[in-house]
Structure formats: structure tokens, C-alpha cells
Ligand binder design. Structure first.
Ligand code: BES
Ligand code: MN
Ligand code: ZN
Length: 498
């Protein structure tokens, strides 16, 4: 998709997109177009029962007296409710409507006076939403019919002050690169994306100035990561830990880094506690947390964020095999704490236990945020609307809640409590990897992680219900969503830069 910005000019061919606010308040450009077409646009809007509600559309085809193929009116909702999010979603709606359209598309942006956003900002965010919605993962579809492929290739935004729009779009475009990277990683099947191929993809971030280290099994053994390594015992693929560092903070600011840690189970069969066959294919995206951390690093490095950021990935495949760990096995984690593995399908926490301990031990970060497709229980509790948030630090939790809200990646905070923690005590080791008390599966998983953060400010995001969508969303087609990338990018931008 090629997205450009230029000074407004009435196009003479292709598709023209104009905005309209609720109760049919045409923007000035839309009004001018309507007049030029003898009122045909307002007639088309009326015929389509278009009232300007957010994301509504009305189409006028081949209008007489012009060489245009089409005029599309896009609803922008109430002017005082207009913000970056509504504009991004409108951009997404434009893409959804026009993805099969051939020929150039020109979007005119104006009418920003009453809205609190400049025309340049509106154009940039509309373009951002349009790009996010245009994501595709077609690389394995070799026989796709031409009519099934998107044909929309070029979109120009006509806006006064197009230079400012272009500048405002620049960092958003880099965030889009991060989101697409995450979606690509989550979409890849597990025969293609396994720990070593995952880390190879991440190595490419070196070009953006990210320092990337890959630790293999030998090094992980030396570090004492028996918890992470235990998960990979049944796999032919090497278990790896990836360490990314982006050092973008001003040299004068010698602040401690911030750290993001992702669960990267490239496939989760459940191991010896094997999962049922139906739906198991979804476990190719059990690396969703690691995918978000990778995309986040790409976004931050891409836009040269002024912050020192660590990204850690625990990469492993959970397979049943003659070498696989068994229910009841006891492993020793890097922290020294022993874990009785009662259920080999509760493997994400085993991965994160060592990854979190390693992160705080080596980097002494200001905080750690981990992301994981950790529990089915969080999906029972929150469905596909909120991610689960757990934290030992109220300020960090509040900042995450606010960042999530701002970019429409909402999270809902759950409690931590000694009573839940108790349910993890084992009669034979320091803890067991599942609670046998029943209930509160999302919380007991979080309590397990908390035992490995060494009291560093920490938050855990359980994104099991948000990583994959079976429905199209305004700025994400169905499939991998990259939920989390934008929230954490926003968290960094709002509090940890400069
Ligand atoms: N990867 C799964 C959690 C999951 C479920 C992610 C559905 C995405 C969609 C995780 O490793 C798992 O198997 N969790 C178990 C834990 C249980 C054994 C305590 C679960 O939730 O059933
Ligand atoms: Mn599992
Ligand atoms: Zn898992």
C-alpha cells in the first residue's frame, strides 16, 4: 500500500472520499463536491440512509458531469467526539470498503476547526488506520483468484499543510511496521516459525540499531534455566532466549532501562498433558507475547524512541516425546526455586519464570512488563474484549490501563492476594505449576509469575483472548491482531522518553 499526502486538489479520475459528520453535516470539501455534482452526493447519501454516524458509508457511482468512478462519503460521527481513534477507525472503514477498487483513491481531509485535531493530524491518523486495516497474510495462497485479491494500491490524502501531515504520519508508519511484524510472526505456522527461525527474524532488527543476542541451550543450562529448558525437552527444536536492547535515551540521561518479556511458545501441544485435537491449531500463536515484544522493539527503534528498552523472548516448543518432561517432574529454576510440574500444559509460566528472573537479575530495570497467551481462564473471564492485567505496582498498572484505553487495546486489572498464592504450595518442592484449589486460573498463573519478579515493579498481561480474532475489527482484519504493540508503544511515549 502506497500512502501519500499532498495539498488538496479535486481529482478528475478514480475514487474520491469525503467526510461527513453526524446529522449529515458535510465537510466543506464534501459540500463543494456535492455542489459541483448538482446535489447528487446528498441524494446518494439520503438513498443509502446515511446519517454520518461513525464508519457509515454511502457510495455514488459514476456521477454525471464528472470523470470520477466513484465518490465515497465516510461517516465521522459527532464533531466533538472526533479523536485519533475515531479517525483511525474511519480510515480502516475506507480500506474495507475500497479494498477491491482499482485506480487511485483520493481522500480529502478538512473540516478540522471544531474538532480539536488539526487537519494534518486527522489525515495522518486516517492513513494509519487505513494501513493497519490493509494487513494481509497471503504468502501461502498460491492459487488465489485475481478477484479475491485486494486491488487498492495507492491512496493519496489531500490536506492543507500536507508537509505537517507527512511528518505526523512518519512515526505512525513505523508503529505500523511493528504491528505488521507481530502479525506476521503470529500468523506463521509452527513448521516455519520455531525458536531458531523466530530469532533469525528478530536478528533483522539489528538493521534498525537494535542489539540482538541469542542464547542457546548450552548457555541456558549454564545460567541454570531448568524451568524454561524443561518445557523444550520433548522438542527437536532448540530452546532459545533472545535479548534485544534499544538504547535510544539521551546520553545525559543515565536512567535504568525498562523491560518487556514475551512468552514465545512456538507451538503448544500441551506436552505429555496433551491438549485435545480440536482447535489445537490455534496453539501456533502461543508465541503471541514474544511476537508483541518483537513488534514493539521494531516500532520503538523504527521511530527512534528516546528510551532504553530491553526486549526478552523465551522461545520454545512444547511437544510430547520420549524425552519430554512428565507430570510430577521437579525442575530447578534460575532463581533457585524448585517447581513440581504437575501439568506440562501449564508451560507458559515455566518459560516466563526463568525469563523474568534473568531480566531483573541482568538489567535491574525500572519495571518489567510481560505478555503471554497464558491461560484459557482469562478468556472465560474477559472474552475477546479486554486483556487481563496483573501488577504489583499501582502506578504501572494505571499507566498501562490509560495507554490501553488511548489506543483501543483495553486491559482489565485483576487482584493478586496471598490466599491465591498459597494454592501453589507443593508438599515436595517450593511450588507446583498449577493450583489444585480450583477456580481463578488466570490469577493463580499470575501469582506463579510473581514468585519470579523479585519485587521489581512488574505487570503481567494475559493476552490469550486478544492475540487472535475470528472477526474483522475496525483497524485489524481477522487473524493476528498484534494486541499490545500499540499499548506499550504508547506507554513508552507517554512516560519514559526524553
Ligand atoms: N497456551 C495455553 C493458554 C491458551 C489457551 C492460550 C487458549 C490461547 C488460547 C496455556 O499454555 C495453557 O495450556 N494453559 C492451561 C493452563 C492449565 C493447564 C492450568 C489452560 O489455560 O488450560
Ligand atoms: Mn499450555
Ligand atoms: Zn501455552
Amino acid at each position: 500500500m502506497q500512502i501519500t499526502f499532498s495539498e488538496p486538489k479535486m481529482p478528475t479520475s478514480g475514487t474520491l472520499v469525503v467526510g461527513a459528520f453526524e446529522e449529515n453535516a458535510l465537510t466543506p470539501v464534501a459540500k463543494a463536491v456535492d455542489e459541483r455534482l448538482g446535489g447528487a452526493l446528498t441524494r446518494a447519501m439520503k438513498a443509502a440512509s446515511f446519517t454520518g454516524k461513525a464508519r457509515q458509508t454511502a457510495e455514488l457511482l459514476a456521477p454525471a458531469g464528472s470523470k470520477l468512478d466513484r465518490v465515497l462519503a465516510i461517516g465521522l460521527g459527532k464533531p466533538d467526539a472526533l479523536g485519533p481513534l475515531t479517525v483511525e477507525k474511519a480510515g480502516g472503514a475506507i480500506y474495507a470498503k475500497l479494498s477491491k477498487v482499482e485506480g487511485p483513491v483520493a481522500v480529502t481531509v478538512d473540516g478540522a476547526a471544531k474538532t480539536g485535531m488539526s487537519a494534518a493530524e486527522i489525515a495522518a491518523h486516517m492513513a494509519f488506520g487505513l494501513r493497519l486495516r490493509s494487513y494481509r497474510f497471503d504468502k501461502y495462497r498460491t492459487r488465489m483468484k485475481k478477484e479475491d485479491k485486494p486491488r487498492l494500491k495507492k491512496v493519496n490524502f489531500g490536506v492543507k499543510g500536507s508537509g505537517a501531515a507527512k511528518r505526523a504520519y512518519q512515526p505512525l508508519d513505523r508503529i505500523g511496521d511493528g504491528v505488521f511484524f507481530t502479525r506476521d510472526l503470529a500468523s506463521e505456522p509452527a513448521n516455519i516459525l520455531y525458536p531458531a527461525s523466530f530469532s533469525k527474524e528478530v536478528k533483522a532488527l539489528t538493521k534498525l540499531g537494535v542489539k540482538v543476542e541469542v542464547l542457546g541451550e548450552k548457555q541456558l543450562e549454564k545460567l541454570g534455566m531448568g524451568s524454561l529448558l524443561g518445557v523444550g525437552l520433548g522438542s527437536r527444536r532448540e530452546t532459545q532466549l533472545v535479548v534485544m536492547q534499544w538504547n535510544g535515551a539521551l546520553k545525559s540521561k543515565k536512567s535504568k532501562p525498562i523491560a518487556f518479556v514475551g512468552k514465545g511458545v512456538t507451538f503448544d501441544t500441551g506436552g505429555i498433558s496433551i491438549k485435545p485435537g480440536n482447535g489445537m491449531w490455534d496453539m501456533k500463536w502461543d508465541m503471541g507475547g514474544a511476537g508483541v515484544v518483537s513488534g514493539l522493539m521494531k516500532a520503538l527503534a523504527g521511530r527512534k524512541a528516546k528510551a532504553n528498552v530491553i526486549g526478552i523472548l523465551g522461545l520454545v516448543e512444547n511437544m510430547p516425546d520420549g524425552n519430554a518432561q512428565r507430570p510430577g517432574d521437579i525442575v530447578t529454576s534460575m532463581s533457585g526455586q524448585t517447581i513440581e510440574v504437575l501439568n506440562t500444559d501449564a508451560e507458559g509460566r515455566l518459560v516466563l519464570a526463568d525469563a523474568l528472573w534473568y531480566t531483573q537479575d541482568r538489567f535491574k530495570p525500572q519495571f518489567m512488563v510481560n505478555l503471554a497467551t497464558l491461560t484459557g481462564a482469562i478468556v472465560v473471564a474477559l472474552g475477546h474484549v479486554h486483556g487481563g492485567l496483573f501488577s504489583n505496582d499501582d502506578e504501572l498498572a494505571r499507566r498501562l490501563e490509560a495507554a490501553g484505553k488511548a489506543v483501543d487495546e483495553p486491559v482489565w486489572r485483576f487482584p493478586l492476594h496471598a490466599e491465591y498464592d498459597k494454592a501453589l504450595d507443593s508438599p515436595i518442592a517450593d511450588m507446583k505449576n498449577i493450583s489444585t484449589a480450583g477456580g481463578a486460573g488466570g490469577i493463580t498463573a499470575a501469582q506463579f509469575l510473581k514468585r519470579f519478579v523479585n519485587d521489581v515493579p512488574w505487570a503481567h498481561l494475559d493476552i490469550a483472548g486478544m492475540t487472535w480474532s475470528t472477526k474483522d475489527k475496525p483497524t485489524a482484519p481477522k487473524g493476528a491482531t498484534a494486541f499490545g504493540v500499540r499499548m506499550l508503544e504508547r506507554l513508552v511515549a507517554d512516560h519514559y522518553e526524553g
